[in-house]
Design a protein around this ligand. Structure first.
Ligand code: SF4
Length: 278
């Protein structure tokens, strides 16, 4: 959102045409509206920004996040928000600051991790009938243990998600599986936690797969076969041997439909996160 000609990497020569002050790139308005329209069309958010004129004040916190992820981002975020210290910034936007802008303290990072574990457990509960994998008994134990917290009808605040995460520290979200890590039966051989690079999704006693995980798995299997090579066929056969049901489940789905399933999983996650933080 800032004119990047401002950015001068520390200790380096200014870029050609570098500016000496903060200049807002006014195309941020278009960027936001386009992003909102995409999310609206996909049913992730309930309101489009069509016809709304967004000004810099309205998107101040979001701006902070965008600035903070760029070169000199922390300084830019502070300057734009007119915060003169991290403490002021934290007080100004409260929890949003911790959630959106660089969590730097180890406790902050730990908070984020616990919250994401809590979110993963809630998501697993919501789609329990659609899940597969040999880890289902371990998931059911975790759900049963947490049922009093999960069944609480009060809004699912960040604090509640953190509390759920703290009592389910062995939950780890991987690309192809949710891992309910226990040393016993861990097929990747990880000694202190999951080793996703050597994961055996579906087959491991710690693995639970969502429809989105399985769709991604099937896409990977198909990709191995295009183009048709000996190595590719071997890779596809390895995935097929591990989870023969997945190919059958998606036999009538095109690649695009599988991609839609994967995207749907992200959309659900974004929608759930937005709902909680409202
Ligand atoms: S094989 Fe996969 S599911 Fe099993 S413990 Fe390792 S990372 Fe977790």
């Amino acid at each position: 959102m800032f004119d990047q000609r401002l950015a001068v990497p520390f200790g380096k020569e200014p870029r050609s045409g570098a500016r000496d002050g903060l200049y807002l790139d006014t195309s941020f308005d278009k960027l936001l509206r386009n992003a909102a329209s995409l999310l609206f069309d996909r049913g992730v958010i309930t309101r489009s920004l069509e016809g709304t004129k967004v000004n810099a004040r309205q998107v101040r916190i979001t701006c902070g996040q965008a600035y903070a992820s760029r070169e000199h981002g922390a300084a830019l975020a502070a300057a734009y928000g007119q915060w003169d210290s991290r403490q002021v910034a934290a007080g100004y936007v409260g929890d949003v600051y911790k959630r959106l802008i660089t969590p730097v303290d180890p406790e902050d990072v730990d908070d984020e991790i616990m919250m994401s574990k809590g979110e993963a457990l809630v998501a697993a509960r919501n789609q329990r009938p659609l899940l597969t994998g040999r880890g289902l008994p371990r998931l059911d134990e975790a759900l049963e243990r947490s049922e009093p917290k999960l069944a609480n009808p009060a809004p699912l605040t960040p604090a509640r998600k953190r509390a759920l995460g703290k009592t389910n520290r062995n939950l780890h979200q991987g690309t192809l599986t949710l891992c309910l890590w226990q040393l016993e039966g861990a097929m990747c051989g990880g000694q202190a936690g999951p080793d996703f690079a050597r994961c055996a999704p579906g087959e491991c006693r710690n693995s639970v797969m969502t429809p989105g995980n399985r769709a991604r798995y099937e896409l990977m299997r198909r990709q191995y076969l295009t183009p048709d090579t000996v190595v590719g066929r071997r890779g596809a056969a390895r995935l097929d041997n591990l989870n023969p049901d997945i190919k059958v489940e998606f036999a009538d789905k095109t690649d695009d439909e599988l991609r839609d399933l994967v995207k749907q999983q992200y959309d659900n996650w974004v929608a759930a996160t937005l709902q909680v933080s409202q």
